[in-house]
Design a protein around this ligand. Structure first.
Ligand code: SIN
Length: 491
């Protein structure tokens, strides 16, 4: 497969450590595959603990000078990076589409989305401020400063290969931290292209370092960072079991942590909802990235009074989605990321059907002539809490509909999960809106809205969906600590 990039230099196939593009120390390579076919079309270094430590050496050496730069200087460099991302947006979208399987149109949206975080944090860098506290004792001044935490390790997922890395690296750099990053093994090329653009923008040597590794070598890389006391913060987006592992293992050096973990989002349609708006919202949030998004609704609760009407409208829209190769302009649902992903979707649907669910549309693998990883956008009715898809993220284009009777029952069911990332509901009753928004145990709530993420908003969860926030001013705070100065003898 040829990528045909307008700027061929964006295709980087080495690690970036201390401003040098390097192979892994032991020379191992990791193939990068087209998710539709599983065929390799490029390769990157399969790094190990030695490469990971070299990256920390570079980041630790670069930290004093980078953190001492003025906020304005850092902001200007990050803005230059932002401009280069936009300048190369079409190439970046092609790389995302090719390695992740995201339809091209959506991949273009992801570049804009990721770039918006870079711009936001460039601007926020110049607004970092502490406090001067009213003194309790005469002759003393009490000051509170914000300081960068130090070297940050960023570990990112495959589902948003550009946006997730951008919204971790940009605030870290803005705060004055230096970074070692490891993108997901399925999608390293987008991250390396971003690192190259950061280098072109003039981000100094060692400030941003990136190493790639296979699933087998990832524990070695991550453990090297976990054990290294120079790494002061880990920021991770991915599964809850891995997040718990990071929390446990980073305890030895008490690193600061931001964990954006799994979700099991409820989407509730009350009887007083605008049904067309609710269908639009569900289409936008459920079928974005083929359903491979942590904030995707995983359980759709529809009031019995509007159930059949809603299902009919939804099924029409879902049945009309165009499934096809991601780089085809018309595609709305691309291939799933790999065989494990599509097997899980098929297993969830089979389990649901075996336990009494009915397939209204989809419910099978499609386009098998184009590759083994396509799954039809699916609507299931008569879903129940006993089904696997009710307890576990399906991470695919499947909307299971649960019928409900009253508000108290649906709130109880929506909250009956260890996860608490996002929730959505549709209602036109203003009292209900406040009641339900407060009762839902999640970090984010979409009210009559399916697309909730934005650079100016705090993205993150509660319960076993993690802690820490990305985006907004809170997203910058996560990369800083608070230092208190008390100066005496002034009276
Ligand atoms: C995610 O799936 O983790 C991120 C989705 C988003 O930024 O909307």
């Amino acid at each position: 497969m040829a990528l045909n990039l307008a700027e061929p230099a964006l295709l980087r196939t080495q690690n970036l450590i201390d401003d040098q593009w390097r192979d892994a120390g032991l020379g191992a390579r990791l193939p990068v595959s087209d998710p539709a076919t599983g065929e390799a079309f490029a390769s990157v270094p399969d790094s190990d603990a030695g490469d990971a430590r070299l990256a920390v050496d570079a980041a630790a050496a670069a930290f004093p000078a980078w953190s001492r730069r003025t906020a304005r200087e850092r902001a200007q460099l990050i803005k230059r990076w932002h401009a280069l991302i936009l300048q190369h947006q079409e190439d970046l979208a092609r790389i995302i589409s090719t390695e992740q399987g995201k339809p091209l149109k959506e991949a273009r949206g992801e570049v804009q989305y990721g770039a918006s975080y870079v711009e936001w944090f460039a601007e926020e860098a110049t607004r970092i401020c502490g406090d001067i506290v009213a003194e309790a004792v005469p002759g003393r001044k009490l000051l509170v400063l914000k300081e960068p935490v130090g070297v940050v390790a960023a570990i990112t997922p495959w589902n948003f290969p550009l946006a997730m890395i951008a919204r971790k690296i940009a605030p870290a750099l803005a705060a004055g931290c230096t970074v070692v990053a490891k993108p997901a093994e399925d999608t390293p090329l987008t991250a390396l292209a971003l690192a190259w653009l950061a280098q072109q923008a003039g981000i100094p040597a060692g400030v941003l370092n990136m190493v790639t590794a296979s699933r087998e070598h990832t524990p070695g890389v991550v453990d090297a960072w976990l054990l290294d006391s120079r790494v002061r913060k880990i920021t991770f987006t991915g599964s809850t079991p891995v997040g718990k592992h990071l929390a446990r293992e980073s305890a030895a050096t008490l690193k600061k942590l931001s964990l954006e973990l799994g979700g099991n989002a409820p989407f509730i349609v009350f009887e007083d909802a605008d049904l067309d708006a609710a269908v639009d919202g569900l289409m936008a949030s459920k079928f974005r990235n083929g359903g491979q998004t942590c904030v995707c609704p995983n359980r759709v609760y529809v009031h019995e009074a509007v159930h059949d009407d809603f299902v009919e409208r939804l099924a029409q829209r879902v049945g009309a989605l165009h499934v096809g190769p991601a780089t085809e302009e018309a595609a709305q649902i691309g291939p799933m990321i790999n065989a494990r992903a599509v097997d899980k979707i098929a297993r969830h649907v089979e389990d649901a059907v075996a336990r009494g669910a009915r397939v209204v549309t989809g419910g099978k693998r499609v386009r098998t002539e184009d590759g083994p990883h396509y799954y039809a956008p699916t609507v299931l009715v008569d879903a129940t809490p006993a089904m696997e898809l009710s307890c576990e993220e399906t991470f695919g284009p499947v909307a299971p509909i649960f019928r409900f009777r009253d508000e108290a029952e649906v709130i109880r069911d929506a909250n009956d999960t260890p996860f608490g990332l996002a929730a959505y509901f549709y209602s036109n009753d203003v009292r209900r809106i406040w009641r339900v928004a407060q009762a839902l145990e999640t970090g984010m709530v979409g009210i009559n809205e399916g697309a909730i993420a934005a650079e100016a908003a705090p993205f993150g969860g509660v319960k076993e969906s993690g802690y820490g926030r990305e985006g907004s001013r809170h997203g910058l705070d996560d990369y800083m600590h608070t230092k208190y100065l008390c100066q005496g003898q002034l009276g």
